[in-house]
Design a protein around this ligand. Structure first.
Ligand SMILES: [Zn+2]
Length: 293
């Protein structure tokens, strides 16, 4: 009996390295997924926002603060996308490892070439994105840069496994390059879409299509009847390939616009996991790009 107990204890201690996993807290699903891809078995990832949740409208919850308290590293989108809840989590978690300036505070947007940076910030216009467009997770070139930065951050915090993280990054970047070749053959040049929100600007820039109109007159501002009338008129006078929408964004408005103009509605996942079979960033991008064809 004693021997069995001893064996159990040894087994427990044998399993101890698993407890040494880095505790990663990611705000958005794509960030959590990237951390899992690059961190592999060395990280335990908690993601705060659900795939179908509107990332602009998240509220801090006690469970998020608790996760922040235990985190070794906090990874977030930045460009003010988490402004409504992240400052509160940081303050309430009282975790010195994840405060700005520490290696455990990882702002993904530091590695991004942001587009639509306003030259003058005028919040009276209601624009919810005063630092530039924060939806760069649709951008393979930016995701690669974020992944490289994330690899360095993981390697710094957990030097013992630095080589593993670098190897994971190498595999990731090889796969991105392969996928990029496939994706670029899908042929989006010259296509014209209307979207509810400015979610797809990076995608349009990298794959050569145009977003010719928005249901929102400005990001975060609901449309007036006059704005929608103007949009309908312009959609009737020039060709539009589709109305882009997501599960949380303006589904009703998009449907009514589709009915009035005869233009098809294309529902896209807004983040990793937001639709069936989009559980990795690659599957998510596959789904987005094949839906646009
Ligand atoms: Zn936005």
């Amino acid at each position: 009996m004693r021997k069995i107990v001893l064996a159990c204890i040894l087994l427990l201690f044998g399993a101890a390295p698993a407890l040494a996993e880095l505790k990663v807290v990611a705000t958005l699903p794509w960030i959590g997924n990237l951390a899992r891809i690059l961190g592999g078995d060395q990280v335990a990832v908690t993601t705060l926002v659900k795939p179908n949740q509107d990332p602009h409208m998240v509220e801090a919850k006690p469970s998020m603060i608790l996760a922040g308290r235990k985190a070794d590293i906090l990874m977030y989108n930045g460009l003010d996308l988490e402004i409504g809840y992240l400052p509160l989590i940081l303050e309430s978690a009282r975790n010195p490892r994840i405060v700005p300036g520490k290696p455990g505070n990882f702002n993904c947007s530091r590695f991004v070439k942001a587009i639509e940076k306003p030259t003058a910030i005028d919040r009276s216009m209601g624009d919810v994105h005063p630092l530039g467009n924060p939806h760069y997770h649709f951008s393979p070139s930016n995701i690669l840069r974020v992944a490289a930065g994330m690899t360095d951050a993981l390697a710094e915090l957990d030097a013992v496994h630095a080589e593993t993280y670098r190897q994971n990054y190498k595999e990731f970047s090889t796969l991105v390059a392969q996928k990029q070749e496939q994706w670029q053959t899908l042929g989006f040049q010259g296509k014209r879409f209307v979207a509810y929100h400015k979610l797809f600007e990076y995608l349009a820039a990298e794959f050569g299509f145009q977003i010719v109109g928005y249901v929102e007159p400005k990001p975060g501002i609901p449309p007036s009847a006059a704005h929608v009338e103007g949009l309908i008129a312009s959609m009737k006078s020039s060709h539009t390939d589709g109305i882009l929408t997501t599960s949380y964004y303006g589904r009703t408005e998009a449907e009514s616009l589709g009915e009035k103009t005869g233009v098809r509605i294309i529902a896209l996942p807004a983040d990793v996991g937001a639709m069936p079979d989009t559980d990795s960033w690659f599957a998510f991008m596959d789904r987005v790009l094949t839906s646009l064809r």
